[in-house]
Design a protein around this ligand. Structure first.
Ligand code: NDP
Length: 281
């Protein structure tokens, strides 16, 4: 029997714990604050920021939006980040990606104070993650791990296959799984025999960015499948990187899209912001 992992309700539980923690912090005079930097008019980015802001409002994180035109220069964006680094009311800074072509994304992420890097993408925090040192960790990978933990399946000794090696999702997720003693295979666009790698996986993380790419009959029976992909189809429906209908017939546990990883990513952003506020107040 397949269990659909309910990311929405797990995220709600986490949000309510965070809200309680924030009330306690406020009683001590600490008011967690998060600033979003939104560059340009990308509709998906606008929706992501809107949803993240609503989640902040719900749990009591003070949140601010800095909107900049798509034509903004690197110099002006850097100046904005620098000002926020110095603002004591701001514990977290989130630059919504993607950025326009004229901007060097890595340079911008590196300009954020590592202490305020609630997306966990600063080179210092990525280095700490690799070395298993405490630091702010990327949100989606943390969400993936929490979803696996919610199944009760132990990761240690299992074959985990992460399809995708991006800085934001694939690579940090693979590191977190490795830290939990999984035997990790990382696949990407140059991987040969992808189906074989997937067939050997007790735990499969799909972070490819291609709709319904992974088919059910590629998946090992009884696997835990976490689908990170998000795609809006022509009919308006949302789907993931796995073909859910066939994949759910093979997996023991699987996340739906929507309602799986997405809400957990936001919950982990809130968690990171509270952590940053506690550490730096
Ligand atoms: P990227 O495009 O940055 O990375 C995609 C990865 O998939 C790359 O490593 C690429 O390989 C690999 N890949 C592409 N094609 C293939 C293939 N045919 N076979 C094997 N590997 C392949 O995407 P992201 O990591 O940023 O995002 C992945 C998905 O997750 C997207 O759908 C995105 O929208 C979604 N997402 C969802 C979030 C959420 O909160 N639910 C948060 C962030 C992302 P190579 O490196 O060789 O190019």
């Amino acid at each position: 029997m397949t269990t659909i992992i309910d990311g929405k309700s797990l995220a709600e539980k986490i949000r309510s714990q965070i809200a309680q923690e924030i009330s306690q912090l406020k009683a001590k005079g600490v008011y967690p604050g998060l600033t979003f930097i939104l560059v340009g008019e990308n509709p998906a980015s606008q929706i992501y920021v809107k949803n993240k802001k609503a989640a902040c409002d719900e749990v009591g994180i003070e949140n601010f939006l800095e909107k900049l035109p798509a034509t903004v220069s690197e110099k002006n964006l850097l100046a904005k980040i620098e000002a926020l680094n110095k603002n004591p009311k701001v514990h977290g800074i989130l630059v919504q990606l993607p950025l326009p072509k004229q901007i060097d994304t890595k340079k911008m992420l590196a300009a954020i104070s590592p202490k305020k890097d609630v997306d966990g993408l600063h080179p210092e925090n990525m280095g700490k993650l690799a070395l298993k040192l405490p630091g702010l960790k990327p949100c989606t990978p943390q969400g993936v791990i929490a979803l696996i933990e919610s199944t009760g399946v132990s990761v240690a000794g299992k074959n985990a296959c992460v399809v995708g090696r991006s800085d934001i999702v694939g690579l940090p997720t693979a590191l977190l799984l490795l830290h939990q003693n999984a035997t990790v295979t990382i696949c990407h666009s140059r991987t040969k025999d992808l189906k074989e790698k997937i067939a050997a996986a007790d735990i499969l993380i799909a972070a490819i960015g291609k709709e319904k790419f992974i088919q059910g009959d590629w998946i090992k029976k009884g696997a835990v499948v976490i689908d990170v992909g998000i795609h809006r189809l022509a009919n308006g429906k949302i789907c993931g990187d796995c073909d859910f209908e066939t994949a759910s017939q093979r997996a023991a546990f699987i996340t739906p899209v929507p309602g799986g990883v997405g809400p957990m990513t936001i919950a982990m952003l809130l968690k990171n912001t509270v952590h940053a506020a506690k550490e730096n107040s």
